[in-house]
Ligand binder design. Structure first.
Ligand code: PLP
Length: 377
């Protein structure tokens, strides 16, 4: 199997698999207990927090563990809305992840009188900062943009967006889910108010993630309960998940810059081979400013649903968009917004991991080309 769907999820880091049995045997107490058997789990959590907050260059107290990016996004959105109860306007893009778009839809559905400005991307998936500036109003309570698109890898100018939000005194939520480890994330420098993370995108397990909230913002919990996470996220912590996430990042971070360079070269080789050998194939999204591991390719004449089934049967795993929407028959909303539904229905995303090998990528390119020619004889 050649797994090229790493923006959906990643293989569990081997260090976790190696060390998990011992960890689970010994560390099963409750971190809130007063006796040492439990309270030493608090140290596990705090050590992980210290390490992970240092990785993203955020203060220790600003990093909260959650169940993943979706929960972090909902918490950030509800905090921004509750702290600005009189302001009812939100600015975002039409290519955000469903974790963002559907949270906004839910606000809309509950009849709370919110108005939304959905900024369109151009045919290369880029956003125009001037349009964002123009759309911010006196009653805007939140601006929400992703740092990197999960389907195309295209990067948004989040430093500029952040500056504008600061000038206009509006909260900025940056969906950084796809950027961790694939880019040098520096939250202090980015200056956003909220940022979100998901462990399973970076070699960790599913069901654990993080929320960065800027110092001074009184977070409104989505989950009430005990005093966990400084009363900002109730519920007994997922200690194993937190430990495993930190373990994965410790192992990935070694030589990460070199690994990014090499994955970028492999991605480009794959892309160039497909483009030169399949007539009319095109990359969706700018090739200039995007994540090192992602390519989204339009194969004219091939419906992606049949293509993905045949690729799977031939041992290559890819996708037509976000895994969260994989059971929907709708074309990708991202490619649709960029280039329309015909191209969206004939496009496939390939996303490499930092460990994808040259052998894998060269074989994958040939399998993709063979299957594509079979379908488009
Ligand atoms: N935001 C982006 C950009 C994503 O790619 C994802 C997952 O694919 C999420 C949010 C949601 O992450 P999770 O499902 O882990 O909560």
């Amino acid at each position: 199997m050649i797994y090229l769907d790493n923006n959906a999820t990643t293989r569990l880091d081997s260090k976790i698999i190696e060390e998990a049995p011992d960890f689970l045997k010994d560390f099963w107490g409750n971190p809130s207990s007063s006796y040492k058997f439990g309270s030493r789990l608090r140290n596990v959590i705090d050590e992980a927090r210290e390490f992970l907050s240092e990785v993203i260059k955020a203060p220790f107290e600003s990093f909260i563990f959650t169940s993943g990016a979706s929960e972090s996004i909902s918490t950030a959105i509800s905090t921004a809305c509750l702290l600005n109860a009189k302001k009812r306007h939100i600015v975002t893009s039409n290519v955000e992840h469903s974790a963002v778009l559907n949270t906004f839809k839910a606000l809309d559905k509950h009849g709370q009188g919110y108005e939304f400005s959905y900024i369109n991307v151009d045919s290369d998936g880029r956003i125009n900062i001037e349009e964002i500036i123009k759309s911010i109003r006196n009653d805007t309570c939140l601006v929400s943009f992703m740092s990197a698109n999960n389907e195309t890898g295209v990067l948004f100018p989040c430093h500029e967006i952040s500056k504008v939000c600061k000038q206009k005194n509006v909260f900025f939520l940056c969906d950084t889910t796809q950027s961790m480890m694939k880019e040098d994330l520096n939250i202090a420098d980015l200056g956003c108010d909220f940022a979100v993370f998901s462990a399973h995108k970076t070699g960790g397990p599913k069901g654990v993630g993080g929320l960065y909230v800027k110092k001074g913002i009184p977070l409104r919990p989505l989950i009430y309960g005990g005093h966990q996470e400084n009363s900002r996220r109730g519920g007994t912590e997922n200690v194993f998940g937190i430990w495993a996430w930190a373990t994965a990042i410790k192992s990935i971070i070694q030589g990460v810059h070199k690994r990014r360079e090499s994955v970028k070269k492999l991605r480009d080789r794959f892309e160039n081979r497909v483009l030169e050998a399949y007539k009319g194939a095109e990359v969706n999204g700018t090739r200039e400013n995007r994540l090192c591991n992602t390519t989204n390719i339009y194969f004219p004449g091939i419906e992606n649903s049949a293509f993905l089934i045949l690729l799977d049967q031939n041992g290559v795993l890819a996708s037509s968009g976000s895994a969260c929407l994989a059971d929907s028959s709708e074309p990708s909303h991202v490619i649709n917004a960029m280039r329309g539904s015909i191209i969206a229905n004939q496009s496939v995303r390939f996303s490499l991991s930092l460990s994808t090998t040259e052998d894998e990528i060269l074989s994958a390119a040939e399998i993709v080309l063979r299957v594509a020619r079979e379908l488009n004889f």
